[in-house]
Design a binder for this molecule. Structure first.
Ligand code: PD2
Ligand code: ZN
Length: 243
């Protein structure tokens, strides 16, 4: 039987300025209609931010941009950060943070890709990209299954900032001139389907270069269907080929 797909919560539909998730009070700082996004303060506690940095620091490796067909797991100059992901069940704090994020997104926990940590030093950036995949890129008749064919399209992203950054490092949405500056515990939650039901080009986004300080984030990407890491899933959850 085909897996049932679910839709993420609409980031623009938070009716209150604050809401509670578990023991966390989250403030809704801003919402934007296109791309559909919400900026959330207090999403993570300072203790959670510090613990995620402490647990991931020793495991950081140069970030990869992974081809949808898993044949090109190469370091790429579109993402000059370092990263790692938490294998579910290996960190109590990462598991708790992932449950909290998925509860706000409103999808079952099995739609979550592994929680990914990125660190950017001065001069490092993530050039503008879409988090969804090119659905037409099936690699041809003889190609192995893509992650889209296995788990469905990505449908939502939440980026949580773990560190204060002295200068630079905002997440930028260049099509709409909107930026979110990093602050520990703050998050930006966005989906990619526009008002017309199609993937929204306004969701193009990037990580601006860090000028001074160190930027740490965790990113949660979500799928339409249950996500399972496989032998071909590298340490870094797959990132879009158009990034
Ligand atoms: O670090 C960021 O601000 C950033 C920008 C764009 C992160 C991501 N994309 C991501 O993790 O997808
Ligand atoms: Zn992204």
């Amino acid at each position: 039987m085909a897996a049932v797909s679910a839709q993420p919560n609409d980031p623009t539909a938070f009716s209150r300025n604050r809401f509670v998730v578990g023991d966390t009070v989250v403030a809704v700082d801003s919402v934007v209609e296109s791309p559909r996004l919400a900026v959330l303060s207090g999403m993570l506690s300072l203790a959670e931010c510090d613990a995620l940095i402490a647990e991931s620091r020793a495991l950081m490796a140069p970030s990869l941009v992974i081809d949808e067909h898993n044949v090109d797991n190469t370091v790429h100059d579109t993402r000059t950060s370092s990263g790692m992901h938490f294998v579910p069940g290996t960190s109590a704090v990462a598991d708790a943070v992932q449950r909290k994020i998925m509860s706000v997104i409103g999808l079952p926990i099995d739609r979550a890709e592994p929680l990914q940590v990125l660190r950017y030093g001065p001069g490092e950036e993530y050039v503008a990209h879409f988090d969804f995949f090119d659905a037409h890129d099936d690699g041809g008749a003889d190609a192995p299954p893509t992650t889209v064919s296995l788990y469905g399209q990505r449908v939502a992203t939440m980026i949580c900032y773990l560190s204060a950054v002295e200068s630079g490092g905002a997440t930028v949405f260049p099509e709409v001139g909107f930026e979110v500056r990093p602050l520990p515990g703050r998050a930006v939650y966005f989906t990619y389907v526009g008002a017309n039901g199609a993937l929204d080009p306004m969701s193009l986004h990037g990580g601006a270069p860090v000028h001074e300080g160190e930027k740490w984030i965790v990113t949660q990407w979500c799928r339409e269907r249950p996500y399972r890491a496989t032998a071909t899933t590298s340490w870094a959850a797959p990132t879009p080929t158009n990034s």
